[in-house]
Design a protein around this ligand. Structure first.
Ligand code: CTP
Length: 402
């Protein structure tokens, strides 16, 4: 792929894998990218600044405190002009600092100042990588839309064998290329995604809901934004932060989601309905907190409208993608929903294994298309599942400019 005129900032942390960043710089430059390198103080103990400077046309950035005022401003501007800010290797320390907004050296300062897409390629000892603190920080960063080039398994500098080895340089280069390719694929496409649970109130404090965390829908929103789509995210209550750049509509009940979706549907080229919509609502909603003595021991429900069924009726040019979380006969039920709701794709997952799917960070799904074709995907992060869904949506979009 030709990366000419693409501006990349390459941050290098101190770690044994720092020497691989030299090859990364060489390969990205060979593809035509304008790469400027930022070295932490520790990185300079592993590889000399001269090595990087010899391979880059851009001034090397090393220590903000030694910079002249004027150059410092120029350099912060460079962080804002870059399109991709790649940190490889990214240590546990860098990941922890970035996830917590700490800016105590030049690299972390630039990370906070940049408007570029940030991509991290972690490299560290297995125990450090698997430590809940690191995993929590990575989850936070993914939530902000940071792209993570997963480390690989192998022999580490400490001689242990396990996960934590920097991804192969070719893999990181491919991830950078994929990012630049992605920027174009969904340009001009409006994608509406619904996420999270809905809540059906019984009174001022009690409600009927489900275990959906919204993670799958937010991952779809982030992936679509990264690939250039205009994203409308309609979400029930979740603990997640809407990705910057999307149009966010927060709702509570299924009826509110129904109204919001129908309002935005005419603008949508693609609808991905990950939301776990409550099929029922209470007949009555009490405006105050009911005392236990006055609460009925049995109650009546009303059926909520099926939002996706309604979209299927109005379908038009939109590509419709549904989800089906099932505990048994997964594929049969999912196929039935695909036909009944007039969908293009349905993403089925088996939630009988409570470890994955609803609420978790991973998912194992089967994607079923209108033609009946089945694709069983292995268990993967929701980011990867989101990417796989978008990959299948792409060929279904009407050819633009045709
Ligand atoms: N859905 C919807 N509106 C509803 C219920 C579901 O738009 N009131 C959408 C979901 O967002 C999902 C798909 O329909 O994309 C399938 O939802 P699911 O809850 O699995 O199935 P239901 O159609 O509700 O059927 P059942 O509860 O009988 O499995």
């Amino acid at each position: 792929m030709n990366l000419s005129s693409k501006r990349v900032l390459l941050g290098v942390c101190g770690g044994i894998a720092a020497y691989k960043a030299v090859e990364l710089l060489r390969q990205l430059s060979k593809l035509g990218a304008e790469v400027q390198v930022v070295l932490t103080r520790h990185a300079q103990e592993f590889v000399t600044p001269l090595t990087f400077q010899a391979l880059s046309d851009q001034p090397l950035l090393t220590d903000m405190f030694r910079l002249e005022q004027e150059r410092e401003i120029t350099h912060v501007a460079a962080a804002q002009q870059a399109e991709l800010f790649l940190v490889a290797p990214a240590t546990a320390n860098l990941i922890g600092k970035y996830a917590n907004g700490i800016a105590d050296d030049f690299l972390t300062t630039l990370l906070l100042a940049t408007t570029a897409q940030v991509m991290l390629a972690p490299a560290m000892n297995t125990k450090m990588y698997l430590h809940p603190a690191t995993q929590h920080n990575l989850a936070t960063l993914r939530g902000w839309g940071t792209l993570i080039v997963e480390p690989q398994e192998g022999e580490l500098a400490c001689k242990e064998i396990g996960i934590g080895k920097l991804a192969a340089v070719e893999t990181i280069v491919e991830a950078a290329c994929a990012y630049f390719r992605r920027g174009l694929e969904f340009e001009g496409v409006t994608l509406l995604v619904t996420a999270g649970p809905t809540r059906e109130p019984l009174d001022a404090v009690r409600f009927l809901s489900n275990a959906s965390s919204g993670k799958m829908g937010y991952a779809v929103a982030r992936a679509a934004l990264a690939r250039g789509a205009k994203v409308i995210l309609i979400s029930g209550p979740t603990a997640l932060t809407p990705p910057p750049g999307c149009t966010f509509v927060g709702v509570e009940t299924a009826l509110e989601m129904y109204e919001a979706v129908l309002q935005h549907f005419p603008a949508a080229d693609v609808v991905v309905k990950t939301a776990a919509v409550s099929d029922f609502r209470f007949v009555e909603r009490h405006p105050y907190k009911m005392k236990k003595d006055e609460a009925p021991l049995s109650t009546h429900f009303l059926r909520n409208p099926d939002i996706l069924l309604e979209l299927g009726r109005r379908k038009g040019r939109a590509v419709l993608v549904g989800f089906a979380a099932e505990t048994h006969d997964v594929v049969d039920y999912a196929r039935g929903k695909l036909v009944e709701k007039n969908l293009d794709l349905i993403v089925a997952n088996d939630i009988s294994d409570g470890r994955i799917g609803m609420g978790s960070d991973t998912n194992r799904v089967t994607i079923i298309s209108r033609s009946g074709a089945l694709e069983h995907l292995p268990e993967n992060s929701k980011e990867k599942v989101a990417g796989a869904i978008l990959d299948r949506v792409l060929p279904l979009l009407p050819r633009r400019g045709a």
